[in-house]
Design a binder for this molecule. Structure first.
Ligand code: SF4
Ligand code: SF4
Length: 259
């Protein structure tokens, strides 16, 4: 049965910075229990402490048209029906193009491993397929993080802003960033005040790579034609020069030689 695309709505006005989301993420994903202040290979979601007791969760945004997926030369990253962007360690080359491509600078790498993997939130895809919520949303005591169908979460976010215009800043971060993501944010202050990157383009980033990639066949074609033509020309010239040389030495033989 088809799964509707899922997502998370993170309402910063409700977050108390308790870290229960980070701790339960570690529990459901068998990660070492120690919570860190920054994303790394064992911390797939973290809570930043901002001014005026505001707390901001950071995790993979599971973009609608992920730049990391488009940048990966071997399709080790895939966008799933559930909305999750998943990683296959058995396919990965370790090139880290995905890390460079991500507009939110989320993906982390096991720098100290002999067989390093890319590491990030997986939107609890396996739990979703079992009909469960994500570990982080399940643990959140204030419903600052809620899980659900993405289109429903968009409606909920818009309704909260419309119902309480004095409480909420009139913007849903993640709705349009990078062409749309599965992790939406609400807040009471402008997002840039909480460290959100407001320069993330509002179109799918693969469009950028595609603009370049789609030129490749033309460039290769023209290049091959040019190199082929040059090779042919040089070969021809050399043959002509050799023939002329042979003709000249043939003429020389006839004039002074063995007659
Ligand atoms: S969705 Fe799952 S993997 Fe992602 S932060 Fe939440 S608990 Fe962790
Ligand atoms: S569990 Fe909920 S309230 Fe606690 S830090 Fe995470 S999002 Fe905030």
């Amino acid at each position: 049965m088809a799964i509707k695309s899922k997502g998370l709505l993170i309402d910063i006005t409700r977050c108390i910075g308790c870290d229960a989301c980070s701790e339960n993420c570690k529990a459901v994903n068998d990660l070492p229990p120690q919570v860190a202040p920054e994303l790394d290979s064992d911390n797939w979601t973290v809570v930043y402490r901002r001014e005026q007791e505001q707390y901001v969760r950071n995790l993979c945004r599971h973009c609608a048209d992920p730049a990391c997926v488009s940048a990966c030369p071997v399709a080790a990253l895939t966008k799933e029906e559930s909305g999750a962007v998943l990683y296959d360690k058995d396919v990965c080359l370790g090139c880290r193009y995905c890390m460079t491509a991500c507009a939110f600078r989320i993906l982390t790498f096991e720098w100290f491993s002999y067989n390093p993997r890319i590491r990030k939130c997986v939107l609890c895809d396996a739990r979703i397929k079992e009909g469960k919520s994500t570990g982080c949303a399940e643990a959140c005591p204030t419903e600052a993080t809620v899980f659900g169908d993405l289109d429903t979460l968009v409606k909920v976010a818009k309704a909260r802003i419309a119902d309480q215009p004095k409480k909420y800043h009139d913007y849903i971060y993640g709705l349009d960033e990078a062409g749309g993501t599965s992790v939406l944010y609400l807040t009471s202050v402008p997002f840039e005040k909480l460290g959100f990157d407001m320069t993330v383009p509002k179109y799918p980033l693969p469009q950028l790579t595609w603009q370049v990639l789609k030129q490749v066949p033309t460039i290769v074609g023209v290049g091959a034609a040019f190199l082929g033509g040059s090779y042919f020309l040089f070969k021809r010239r050399a043959a002509v020069a050799a023939a002329e040389e042979a003709a000249k030495s043939g003429k020389g033989d006839k004039g002074g030689g063995h007659a």
